[in-house]
Design a protein around this ligand. Structure first.
Ligand code: KG4
Ligand code: ZN
Length: 337
């Protein structure tokens, strides 16, 4: 089964063609990062406008590279939630038109389910159940993946997402947007014990987390050091931020997996590219006799191949949209509209 998949939830326009879920025939990504960089973050209006400019030619390229003719496409899958509403609407409307023109089913895909499915592409032998740690610009989730389309959130952030924390602390350090990769790079030569930063603990909710206290602590630290004329140790601070975020995520993922009685942990989403989190997760999983599946860097950030892969499993479970499909800025991964 060949699926044409579309992803426009934030600042990447992406189109892919996948075969039987896990085989990627083409995957085209047009990143808008350079355009948004000068504003220090994604400007939603500009994101929508760029998606509308790029999506049709990108789909033509993805189709051509896949070697599949239009007549060979069996369904169209599209991210319809969560994300920037104007950005999502571009992809949803394009997908509706494509499905109508090709006379094939339209499959609605939740963006976070797509991030989880990135692991299926990377690890052909991987099957649910497992514990998924999904960490992106907008989400920090521990998900009990019972089946391909049967999942339950067991832990989430009470405020900011891990990616947001990386991006905001990077901004105060003058590292630009997106901040995660810049902090990761700066941290490489830093002393992670240099600054004692807060690691959240939520009473009675062992798997929930919070990153706003960490963000505020870093902002205050940088401002105080500027006022007192003591330059901040930037590399040490970057390393300490990575340490605090990893220390929030990794022990929770391990104990969540064990509490579910599972043997597998999958990690994906943009923040899953972080080298400290990857190393810590691998070490902790080995110490606890758990199997770890880290999405490769190419599949961590937003792409349409992961949407096509999840779309396949949504299709198998009977999930279809009609031409009235709408886009939603927020939606829990375990309660789809
Ligand atoms: O999944 P994603 O591409 O988009 C969303 O769905 O949000 O995630 C983007 C996030 C940004 O916050 C970015 O700073 C972060 O992923 N990120 C990283 C790294 N690479 C990307 N954070 C930490 N370390 C990295 N190496
Ligand atoms: Zn994402």
């Amino acid at each position: 089964m060949h699926i044409l998949s579309i992803e426009t939830s934030c600042d990447e326009t992406a189109v892919a063609v996948t075969k039987n879920g896990r085989q990627v025939l083409s995957s085209e990504i047009s990143s808008q990062v350079e355009m948004h960089r000068i504003y220090g973050g994604v400007v939603p209006e500009l994101a929508s406008r760029r998606h509308i400019q790029v999506i049709t030619p990108l789909a033509e390229i993805a189709l051509e590279k896949s070697g599949i003719t239009r007549a060979g496409i069996d369904a169209v899958a599209v991210t319809y939630a969560p994300g920037l509403i104007g950005a999502l609407l571009v992809g949803v409307n394009f997908a509706k038109s494509a499905a109508l023109t090709l006379d094939v089913p339209l499959i609605p895909v939740h963006h976070i389910r797509g991030h989880i499915a990135a692991n299926y592409i990377a690890y052909p032998e991987l099957t649910p159940p497992f514990l998924a740690l999904v960490v992106s610009g907008g989400h920090s989730l521990l998900v009990d993946v019972r089946g391909y389309t049967d999942m339950k959130i067991i832990g989430t952030t009470r405020d900011d997402a891990a990616g947001e924390c990386f991006d905001k602390t990077a901004r105060v350090l003058g590292l630009g947007y997106p901040g995660g990769p810049a902090i990761d790079a700066l941290a490489k030569n830093g002393d992670e014990k240099k600054y004692a930063l807060p690691v959240s603990k939520i009473n009675d909710s062992p798997f929930d987390m919070s990153f706003s206290g960490l963000k505020t602590a870093v902002i205050n630290l940088v401002h105080n050091s500027a006022q007192s004329g003591n330059p901040v140790d930037r590399e040490g601070l970057a390393a300490s931020i990575c340490r605090a975020i990893s220390d929030t995520l990794v022990p929770r993922a391990i104990s969540a997996c064990k509490s579910l009685g599972y043997s597998k942990i999958c990690c994906s989403g943009g923040v899953a590219a972080n080298s400290v989190i990857r190393r810590d997760l691998s070490t902790a999983a080995a110490e606890n006799n758990l199997e770890i599946y880290l999405a490769p860097l190419s599949l961590c950030s937003d792409n349409a191949a992961m949407i096509g892969c999840q779309g396949y499993y949504e299709y198998l479970s009977g999930n279809r949209a009609d031409s009235s499909l709408n886009a939603y800025a927020t939606m829990p991964v375990d309660k789809l509209v």
